[in-house]
Ligand binder design. Structure first.
Ligand SMILES: O=C1O[C@H](COP(=O)(O)O)[C@@H](O)[C@H](O)[C@H]1O
Length: 322
């Protein structure tokens, strides 16, 4: 860590508890998996510097048959820097997968994540990315018409997809004419067809689909996709796609990828910003937290892939290890 980056991190640490009433006085520790691969634990960035990604965490790809799971945490000073880094990360993976297998399978969430994608639709990425290789899916969707204000498809379409030249038949929205149960079953059937066609890979480890990149957010309650704390669907281990009719966050009816699918991904970019999410970030990234009542975000655990947290200082403000 450079001196200036360290100073930046120290500044976050020295936030007085009167300013941050949620700050815990107890010493918080990172999980061993993050500590081992991050001697500096948390790295920060500022507009004048490139984001500091812990190089030691960039494990070399696993040899055939081996599994390897990598985690990184990046903290940005400014939302614009986060968006720039996310665009770079995504475009590099797009180039890699397009070259390796002629397709790039990208899964989107709804919510605040979508705004963070905006720089992908700007130069240089707008011209440099081979959009013809993209196949877009949703990790969750609200069961509403596609033109409804609550639709995750509509949000992505308005703010991102309408600005980039992805072939329309490679944008895989849910069928909004079906019930939640029907739409989940239909989406799973379509995924299976795309596995047969070779567009989506199958994980040799889990037997579930292995998407190249999931771009996901997290709610203040620690939910990911439409997998909410305490809801029985967090324990769905058979289906690829399931549904809820009683989401605690409106609208109530949704479809969602299950954890076996999420955890089979090759890469997940988890974009978490804002003080409202600091409590869930604290629980997820501090060692010694209870494991009996895991938040959904804590159940994101890649079998053979890379999970990168793209965060800002307010989101990590309850961690004392920075
Ligand atoms: O309802 C949802 O919420 C989560 C989190 O949204 P955010 O605005 O707090 O980032 C989102 O990831 C999910 O796709 C969406 O359906």
């Amino acid at each position: 860590m450079t001196t200036s980056a360290a100073a930046s991190a120290t500044a976050a640490l020295s936030t007085p508890s009167s300013v941050n009433p949620h700050r815990s006085s107890s010493a918080l520790r990172l999980p061993a998996s993050l500590r081992r691969s991050h001697p500096n634990r948390f790295l920060s960035s500022s507009p004048s510097r490139s984001p500091l990604v812990p190089v030691s965490a960039m494990a070399s790809p696993a040899a055939a048959g081996e599994t390897s799971s990598r985690k990184k945490l990046i903290i940005f000073d400014a939302e614009d820097d986060l968006a720039a880094s996310l665009a770079k990360y995504t475009s590099e993976l797009s180039a890699k997968f397009a070259a390796e297998r002629g397709a790039f399978t990208v899964v989107l969430s709804g919510g605040s994540l979508v705004k963070a994608l905006r720089k992908l639709a700007e130069p240089p990425y707008l011209e440099a990315v081979d959009w013809s290789k993209w196949h877009v899916f949703w990790v969750d969707e609200r069961v509403v018409p596609k033109d409804h204000a609550d639709s995750n498809y509509r949000l992505a379409s308005d703010q991102f997809l309408s600005k980039v030249p992805i072939p329309a038949d490679q944008v895989h929205a849910i069928n909004d004419e079906l019930s939640s149960e029907g739409a989940a079953g239909d989406y799973e059937t379509r995924l299976k067809q795309l596995v047969k066609n070779g567009v989506i890979e199958l994980s040799p480890v889990s037997g579930f689909p292995k998407f190249d990149l999931m771009l996901m957010g997290m709610g203040p309650d620690g939910h990911v996709a439409s997998l909410f704390p305490g809801h029985p669907v967090v324990n769905e281990y058979q289906k690829w796609v399931t549904f809820v009719k009683d989401s605690p966050k409106p609208p109530p009816e949704r479809i969602t990828f299950t954890f076996p699918v999420i955890n089979s991904s090759a890469h997940i970019a988890l974009v978490v910003t804002g003080a409202g999410k600091a409590g869930a970030v604290h629980k997820a990234l501090s060692e010694g937290q209870s494991t009996s009542d895991l938040l959904p975000v804590e159940m994101v655990s890649l079998q053979n892939g890379e999970l990168v947290w793209f965060t800002d200082k307010p989101a990590v403000s309850m961690l004392s290890s920075i």
